[in-house]
Design a protein around this ligand. Structure first.
Ligand code: NAP
Length: 489
């Protein structure tokens, strides 16, 4: 594949439109929505700005396709996913450039997302043929109990801007495998990758109407209208906890099935017995993946007081050595944040932490423009109640807070409304088991800075939401169970 691509070559002439019922078309009224380059604030291109009426057309198309799609042999559904996996992999370079362009992450980082994101299609190609119910004899004898798995029905998927490909494939993959049709609404800031993905799935043979993509700025009205429609049976959302709560409320009248992948506030605990160099390596991954703009990002570094200075100095040295710039440029390690609001919010959290008594090891001030950049920053001596330890930072800042005992570390770690991912560095096996059982998080990584894996159940507890994506568990979110009672004969 060409390395001269800017990724926009993935989008054919009509593919900045709406994809409804297997056709590309303009929005009703011809409205358009600008896509901004976060590296300099300029307009990259534009896409169709769907009206609520357009979104209803997309749901009509999904509903019309549902019955025949549900009857498609599982192998056929799996083969479409497997073909799409191959096409994305062949075009990894183009996808990586496109994502870098609209979202800001470096091309190297985006390549990682392409392989992670595509893997959901391969995994669910394999799961499509393993959907089955069960048969058993009733405990009292006599009747037989049978269960049948059926697709939930038409779904609405709403995805965020931080992982424009992977947050789509991990919903679309299991939905296709299970036999569901769908309307996808990507984030307004990063619509291009999803449009390119629709192109790939069409090429892979997905029947018309199974996947519909609407880009829009009328996001709230769209979700309200579609969720009020009794034909929509499921909503899967990845994004902020605030919006998640709105969607949960909106689901009440039609009692839609829900999967909510929401915000996080991951603790990264370093015990006194940890391999500090390994912990710094892990911290670089857990903190700097996606410039810190990840729900799984290490948000609070809880470090035993006896090793905090060493950990902080070493992390500061590594973070300070990273170069900031446009994600598509050679030698750049850290791209821009998504927009100006993101820079202001990160900057305010750092200012407040310093006011609360934190010491800046490296970084800490916004560079001159253009673009929405914030430098990798390490803070030591951050009080545990400083706002930076309470809120999701969503930027390249590592605040370090100390603890004295294991109990205190676990208590501090759990002291958050969130419960998505957590990270622990220790060489003590007994402690590993104790801490794994005590942390109130959907995911715990020991001696690693990366927990995401398409074969594992990704998801959170508490204000981080519910439902799981990936693994064997992920397809269950798209299946209903029918129980059939049979006489013994
Ligand atoms: P966001 O504001 O919640 O936006 C996410 C998506 O929701 C976008 O497509 C957005 O559309 C849409 N949206 C906004 N208001 C809506 C409404 N009233 N009804 C329906 N959809 C609505 O979140 P974000 O700032 O883009 O993303 C960052 C958040 O996502 C963080 O909290 C992060 O932790 C979380 N996240 C979670 C996971 C996970 O798996 N748990 C993964 C990645 C990110 P517009 O773009 O049109 O506003």
């Amino acid at each position: 594949m060409s390395t001269q691509t800017d990724g926009l070559d993935l989008l054919g002439p009509d593919m900045r439109g709406l994809y409804i019922g297997g056709a590309w078309r303009e929005a009703e009224g011809g409205d358009r929505l600008d896509v901004i380059d976060p590296a300099d604030g300029s307009v990259l291109t534009d896409v169709a700005d769907a009206s609520v009426g357009d979104a209803v057309d997309a749901l009509d198309a999904a509903v019309a396709a549902q019955e025949s799609w549900a009857r498609t042999p599982p192998r056929e559904r799996g083969e479409i996913l497997r073909t799409a996996f191959g096409l994305i992999t062949d075009r990894a370079d183009q996808f990586a450039h496109l994502m870098s362009l609209e979202m800001g992450k470096t091309v190297a980082e985006a390549r990682g997302e392409v392989s992670y994101g595509a893997e959901f299609f391969r995994w669910y190609a394999e799961e499509a043929v393993r959907i089955h119910g069960r048969w058993m004899q009733a405990p009292a004898g006599g009747s037989r109990l049978l269960t049948i798995k059926k697709p939930v029905g038409p779904c609405l998927f709403i995805t965020p801007w931080n992982f424009p490909l992977a947050m789509g494939t991990r919903k679309i993959g299991p939905a296709i495998a299970a036999g569901c049709t769908m309307v996808v609404k990507p984030a307004s800031q990063t619509p291009l990758t999803m449009l390119a993905l629709a192109g790939v799935l069409t090429e892979a043979g997905l029947p018309d109407g199974v996947l519909n993509v609407v880009t829009t700025s009328h996001t709230g009205e769209l979700s309200q209208t579609l969720q009020a429609d009794d034909r929509l049976r499921k909503v899967s959302f990845t994004g902020s906890t605030g919006v998640g709560r709105v969607l949960v409320r909106q689901s009440a009248d039609q009692l839609q099935r829900l999967s909510m992948e929401l915000g996080g506030n991951a603790p990264f605990i370093v015990f006194e017995d940890a391999d500090i160099d390994a912990a710094v390596d892990g911290a670089m991954v857990a903190k700097m993946r996606n410039m810190g703009e990840a729900c799984t990002a290490a948000n609070r570094f809880l470090v035993h007081s006896s090793v905090a200075q060493e950990f902080g100095d070493k992390l500061g040295e590594r973070m300070g050595g990273l170069s900031l710039g446009r994600g598509q440029d050679e030698g750049v390690d850290v791209g821009p944040l998504i927009d100006e609001k993101a820079v202001e919010s990160v900057s305010q959290l750092v200012t407040d932490a310093v006011h609360d008594g934190a010491r800046v090891v490296v970084g800490g001030s916004v560079p001159d423009g253009p673009g929405y950049f914030y430098p990798p920053t390490v803070l030591l001596d951050v009080p545990s109640d400083s706002e930076i330890n309470v809120q999701e930072i969503f930027g390249p800042v590592a605040p370090i807070t100390t603890f004295e005992t294991e109990d205190e570390a676990v208590r501090q770690a759990n002291d958050t409304e969130y419960g998505l991912s957590s990270y622990v560095y220790t060489r003590d096996l007994a402690r590993t088991i104790r801490v794994a059982e005590s942390l109130d998080f959907g995911m715990v990584g020991f001696n690693t800075g990366l927990v995401s894996n398409p074969a594992a159940p990704f998801g959170g507890v508490k204000a981080s939401g519910f439902g799981r994506e990936g693994g064997f568990e992920g397809i269950e979110e798209y299946l209903e169970t029918t129980y059939v009672a049979l006489p013994a004969g």
